[in-house]
Design a protein around this ligand. Sequence first.
Ligand code: TXA
Ligand code: MG
Length: 326
Amino acid sequence: MDPAADTRSELRPDGSGSEPEAGSPEAAAHALREGRLVLLPTETVYGLAADAGDPRAVAAVYAAKGRPAFNPLIAHVADVEAARQIAVFSPEAEILAAAFWPGPLTLVLPVQPGGRVCDLARAGLDTVAVRVPAHPLARKVLEAFAGPVAAPSANRSGRPSPTTFEAALSETGEAAAVALDGGPCEVGLESTVVALLDAPRLLRPGQVTREQIEALVGPLAEAEADARRSPGRLTRHYAPEAPVRLEAEGPRPGEVFLAFGPALAGPDVLNLSPSGDLEEAAANLFTFLREADARGASGIAVAPIPEAGLGEAINDRLRRAAGAIG
Ligand code: TXA
Ligand code: MG
């Protein structure tokens, strides 16, 4: 018998697959290692958590949220040492981490080469958002899992972040293998997000205030410079070097072709999902765009991707890569 099947029945004794197990931190860490999702309480809001190094699991998070775009996700870790393994720390980053971790502050930093957070969790960016949450259950899960955990707020897209166990269950509970009840969230507002890339920049206000941060690292620039370039968005989007051609039937000379579905194979073809699985395609997307650039392609041609479900987010991201929308 398949040993994985054993574990599944242990986590879901009735085998129904619709209700998450109200489990322990160890069961949650085990589910994460298996590529499954966990409803995770933090002191700010509940998160829908996945192994940040597993693009299939991260794709399942985007699918469960119905995110219209691949917003980069926050990587949660147990302590600052674990954070240094995935992000490059500047002196300012060290100061803010020492002052506010564990706690409701997220730092956007250059990604550590070889770090475990996958391209999809970072939405293809060379930066990574990292935080050490303070909630005791979240801390236990992170210690037991011993790796970065990607966790956006557990709401479905366009809805407010859940701050109680019941709200979290009703939002995305169906997608979770294990759900941890940590009671009502103490902060109830998402973490403060500060980028430390060029000048320190406040991307999202939160419980850790501008004044508290400025007292330690000096004036914070506004996020507006980026927001003006792409209205309504606080983050830059990854775009490949090579021009992107959408709805293509195959590669022209010099192009790399991103296929979808069973039809094509060949040296210039990278297949996002031979079986036509949107979660698999999402998991491969940013990695393949980067791979096409690494091969020195003169262009990237992409097969039509169905617009349904996760396809909307994939197409949104592809249209951005093609420069069709800002
Ligand atoms: O309190 C919180 O931060 C909660 C709990 C679960 O930790 N999480 C949360 O995640 O609010 P989410 O995905 O809903 O919000 C993450 C924010 C988004 O605004 C995203 O654009 C930004 O962080 N972000 C993540 N990575 C980024 C990056 N590399 N550069 C700029 N912004 C980034
Ligand atoms: Mg959110």
